[in-house]
Design a protein around this ligand. Structure first.
Ligand SMILES: N[C@@H](CCC(=O)N[C@@H](CS)C(=O)NCC(=O)O)C(=O)O
Length: 211
């Protein structure tokens, strides 16, 4: 498999974690978001949505990190990232989707760039936007995690899709200097997961395109 990735992309980070957890060997193909390589025809031929990541499995190409992870889950079921019962799976997906659908899209690079120009907001306002939405979503997730977590994993005492989404989002939040003190459960789980080899190897600093 080939993963079209950018070291700091949290959506690509999710897929890197899932690939590592499942022990799937892959080749990294860096797509540099800074000069907007993701908008060039070469990359649009890979992923017409113009976003990173994309996965190539043989001749098949896939975009959207959660669709890719669900594909990996079905094609490489071990170890499972979704639990055994319908209710548990829905809870894990609910947590993951709060990050992937509610939080990440409104703090994405293209949204922040649009706030800068043409809307004309300065860096202080852009950072305030970013931190506001992190706080909104993390507040609910912290309350949920207090109920479900054993302090090491979010659900069921083992790694799930929810953990796979949490760690990259914590990385983003730290990058934008969000105050994480109100979320002790999320940060404790994050600290435990980041020490696991599959997560550590997926970290931005460990990527071949990291500066
Ligand atoms: N929902 C997509 C989001 C992908 C996405 O937004 N990726 C970011 C990097 S984390 C990106 O390519 N941003 C480019 C841009 O916003 O212009 C997924 O989960 O794969």
């Amino acid at each position: 498999m080939k993963l079209y990735t950018y070291y700091r992309s949290s959506a690509a980070y999710r897929v890197r974690i899932a690939l590592n957890l499942k022990g799937i060997a892959y080749e990294s193909v860096p797509v540099d978001l800074k000069p907007a390589a993701h908008r060039q025809p070469e990359y649009l031929a890979v992923n017409p949505q113009g976003l990173v990541p994309a996965l190539a499995d043989g001749t098949a190409l896939l975009g959207q990190s959660l669709a890719i992870i669900e594909y990996l889950e079905e094609t490489h079921p071990e170890p499972p990232l979704l639990p055994g019962s319908a209710l548990e799976r829905a809870r894990v997906r609910s947590f993951a989707l709060a990050i992937a659908c509610d939080l990440h899209p409104i703090n994405n690079l293209r949204v922040l760039n649009y706030l800068r120009a043409p809307l004309g907001h300065d860096e202080q306002a852009v950072n305030a936007w970013y931190r506001h939405w992190v706080a909104q979503v993390f507040t609910g997730l912290e309350a949920q995690a207090r109920q479900s977590s054993d302090g090491r994993y979010l659900f069921g005492g083992r790694v799930t899709l929810a953990d796979v989404c949490l760690v990259p989002q914590l990385f983003n939040a730290r990058r934008f200097e969000c105050d994480l003190a109100p979320y002790p459960t999320l940060t404790a789980v994050g600290a435990h997961l980041e020490s696991q080899p599959a997560f550590a190897r997926a970290a931005p600093a460990a990527q071949p395109d990291a500066p």
